[in-house]
Design a protein around this ligand. Structure first.
Ligand SMILES: [Zn+2]
Length: 126
């Protein structure tokens, strides 16, 4: 069981399901704007995560919504409308969970102010 929370702890979540796909650092413009840098996330089926607290959802595009805490600003979740899974912020986990980043995505949109200096796979988009 993974446990996470926003900065003020009004929102907590626990992940009991098996993670899907790869832990990713997303460099798209929306993730950079919302997080302040690239955004690291894990992915789990909707049934595999329990979220408690007043998540505010921002519809950044027709494709997906972005969940955050309206009190402290933590960017916690990303959910595509047509998928039965949800991405959660690895930076919001409360304890070492043994998860390691496995890839970079949307590197075509990354900021010019940094370089990606590890050897993980880099996908132009997702
Ligand atoms: Zn909060």
């Amino acid at each position: 069981m993974l446990k996470g929370s926003c900065l003020c702890r009004d929102i907590t979540f626990s992940v009991s399901g098996e993670l899907r796909g790869m832990a990713s650092a997303c460099h798209c413009g929306q993730c950079r704007k919302q997080s302040g840098h690239h955004w690291a996330s894990g992915n789990v089926g909707e049934n595999g995560i329990t979220i408690d607290g007043p998540v505010a959802w921002f519809e950044a595009s027709a494709v997906a919504k972005r969940g955050f805490c309206a009190r402290c600003g933590s960017f916690l979740f990303w959910k595509a409308h047509d998928e039965d899974q949800i991405s959660f912020a690895l930076g919001a986990l409360d304890e070492e969970a043994g998860i390691r980043l496995q890839r970079h995505i949307f590197v075509a949109d990354k900021g010019a102010y940094y370089e990606i200096s590890d050897d993980l796979p880099k996908l132009e988009r997702s």
